[in-house]
Design a protein around this ligand. Structure first.
Ligand code: TXA
Ligand code: MG
Length: 328
């Protein structure tokens, strides 16, 4: 999508002066602030109603910028960055001393990502500093994959750069990297299989393993990747078959909601990349369609690769319990 460069210059000026701007990336839209602006960073948390324990990803537009925010960039991280950047892989590495602790929630590590979207890269360059950016949604809700989703979430006051619909549609893969392990803290478009296949070219003598943190490990190792996340505004359940009226009754009991009168299926099809791209849009449009329950049919054929990320988000989106009622 072609944008008037004056719009990007205006956005960069806002960022330099300590404001926040919603920007497109290839994964989802981000709510960005300059990493050098204390005011901007705090505004991210207040706008999103995000707790300070949830650290932010630093977005860079060059390898040099990535190295400036990290204390160490081990050979394995360098290898992965050269292989997958720019792209939807976020690397968790030891943080440089000057990175604002508001970004890292006081952790000793920083999450760094070099987005592939040309508009994201251009805004970072025009601002002159890396940009901290979480997904541009209220805390706990589904991420926005279009500019319109961001507008629905935050209204017209927020400056939103419209870069079209996001190509990936799901948040980046977050992985911590040590000398001999790549640990996936949040699955995403760069899959375990992609990482393993890249490693076939890793010529270093150290043997490297790719591990996937379990749900409970993710909660401690990646403080923001919570069980209750990505929730639509109506309950979502995962079922093994099209639900019968009896099963709907049981679901309504479990969730302590009135018997669904208009349960609708979220049908993601068989293609994982398409499912990822459509997931959040479909969740939003079903929530707005007058449905009172969303169900997704789990199927054995939809496994492995990018499906891991799709099911990760769906499982979190379906984690709603009666106690969470006030959130909806
Ligand atoms: O695709 C994406 O990653 C999008 C776009 C805008 O770039 N951003 C995004 O940010 O999804 P956010 O804030 O919604 O998710 C960041 C995730 C959280 O789960 C957080 O816990 C994790 O990254 N994270 C950030 N810093 C970390 C760190 N130092 N150690 C472990 N996990 C970290
Ligand atoms: Mg998020």
């Amino acid at each position: 999508m072609l944008l008037d460069s004056s719009e990007l210059i205006k956005a960069a000026d806002k960022l330099k002066s300590g404001d926040v701007v919603a920007i497109p990336t290839e994964t989802v839209y981000g709510l960005a602030a300059s990493i050098d602006s204390d005011d901007g960073l705090k505004k991210i948390f207040s706008t999103k109603e995000r707790p300070f324990f949830d650290p932010l990803i630093v977005h860079v537009a060059s390898f040099e910028q990535a190295k400036l925010v990290t204390r160490e960039f081990p050979p394995l991280a360098d290898f992965l960055a050269r292989w997958f950047w720019p792209g939807p892989l976020t690397l968790v590495l030891p943080k440089a001393a000057n990175v604002n602790p508001v970004i890292t929630s006081g952790l000793d590590t920083v999450a760094v990502r070099f987005p592939a979207h040309p508009i994201a890269q251009e805004i970072i360059k025009l601002t002159g500093t890396p940009l901290a950016a979480p997904s541009a949604n209220k805390f706990g809700r589904t991420s926005p994959s279009t500019a319109e989703h961001v507008r629905q979430e935050f209204g017209d006051e927020l400056i939103i750069i419209d870069g079209g619909a996001c190509q990936v549609g799901l948040e980046s893969t977050v992985a911590s990297v040590s000398a001999s392990e790549i640990r996936i803290l949040r699955p995403g478009d760069i899959t375990k299989e992609d990482l393993e296949s890249a490693l076939e070219r890793w010529s270093h003598p150290t043997l490297v393993t790719v591990t996937q943190a379990t749900n409970s490990e993710q909660a401690s190792e990646s403080p923001g990747h919570l069980k209750h996340h990505y929730m639509p505004t109506i309950p979502l359940v995962i079922v093994s078959d099209l639900p019968t009226p009896k099963q709907l009754e049981a679901i309504s009991k479990d969730l302590a909601v009135t018997l669904p009168q208009n349960a609708k299926e979220l049908d993601l099809g068989e293609d994982a990349a398409q499912a990822a791209r459509r997931l959040y849009s479909e969740m939003r449009s079903l929530s707005e369609s007058g449905a009172d329950l969303i169900y997704v049919v789990r199927s054995e054929t939809r496994n492995g690769g990018l499906w891991a990320a799709v099911w990760d988000r769906l499982t979190r989106a379906s984690s709603w319990t009666p106690e969470d009622r006030s959130r909806l």
